[in-house]
Design a binder for this molecule. Sequence first.
Ligand code: UDP
Length: 469
Amino acid sequence: MDIDSCKFSSHHVVLFPFMSKGHTLPILHLARLLIRRGMAVTLFTPTGNRHFIANSLADTSVSIIEISFPQTVPEILPGVESTDALSSMTLFYPFCKATKLMQAEFERKLEVLVQVQPVSFMVSDGFLWWTLESASKFGFPRLVFMGMNQFSSSVTRAVVEDRLFDRVESDDELFTVTQFPWIEVTRNDFDSTFLENDLSKEVFMDQIKSISNSYGHIVNSFYELEKVYIDHTNSKGSQKTWCVGPLCLAEPESPEPQKKPFWIDWLDEKLAQGCSVLYVAFGSQAEISPEQLQQIATGLQESKANFLWVIRKKESESMDTEGLEERVKGRGMVVKQWVDQRQILKHQSIQGFLSHCGWNSALESMCYGVPILAWPMLAEQPLNARMVVEDIKVGLRVESGRNGMKPGFVKWQVLMKMVIELMEGEAGKQARKRVKEVAEMAKMAMEENSGSSWKTLNLLIDEICNKEQ
Ligand code: UDP
């Protein structure tokens, strides 16, 4: 046991991730970091998500406590306990509101837990704003996990709090973000559900209120990547931001499994043939119309690039994936199931990622040195894409008509041109060079004992646990 493990080993942390893969996975990585420091970790989750979580953390000492997800919102079907399984993303905000119905059972189970082992602090997702009240009742601090980088969360918060949308008349009128006067944005840089939907505004305001009253904010990013925004937030003094990522690098390198998934075998073959491959995936939430899927298929086909396209099952039903594979004659593969995305991005054959720029995907791509073709679809993804392309310069942007939440329709010709530019052009070459540097920075940030994120997490635990005594 090293020094940190001894120092922190008497402490117990409660984790409560939000029910979507993009928010759950980083908390699972965080659990590993806490366990590596000798801490006890208890994770709460609705029953339906237990299997995935228990599998992902099977090699750790984490304890999992199940809560039933109350089915009182008629549109949310029984058994749907994760946003990935919602029949439509229009139910996202009703789902967020419904999570509060878990509060009573959560507190009953917490009451039993704290008798057995006192809790030092809790990390819960921003969408579970009501957990602040629970932590306060039991007298331990709550930290918020938002699943966003600091740039996108600072800008979104500033825009909502200062009601900046009210000051512009059209979606493409530029305005300045008051707190960051060097940033000019348009309404198109935001998900239009924020503008149009009362329920989403309510959820957002619930979150902001609870964030302001929480102990601090844990961010899945690293200091060297977005110093300006982290320093800015921390200089305000009221509420601290702790950058402890990239969390995807928390998992120890595992030996190559004996039995590889068939898509990794396929990538091995491509590598042996000296081919580079474009990875295509749009995360667990984006909804893509059959017409748009068709344009993507044609764009990939005509680009002549090798590609591995991981498609959600629901979407794969509306297109002829076998037909596409036949037409490209071994140049492309379509996978219709859950994959380990990091295993794909790590593969030496992968030389580009056509991505929706969910923050986890963007960060994973940077960590494994893969340049990004950014095609944002919803939530804060347009801001992430802007950061990736314009600030960090590790990618190119698919111009998608920029009409709010629904990405403007992208024609296959546009996509084809951008794929060729990323995989073979000068701009792609520059982005590939830069992303290797960023990958090195990311690794260094997570380096045990010396990395900025490693040290930040220690400082955070030390600060809370010392206060506690
Ligand atoms: N992911 C995965 N396999 C899949 C689909 C997604 O491992 O088949 C992971 C991906 O690596 C990332 C997360 O799920 O860590 C998705 O989060 P992101 O923020 O990129 O997008 P979201 O799904 O929230 O839109």
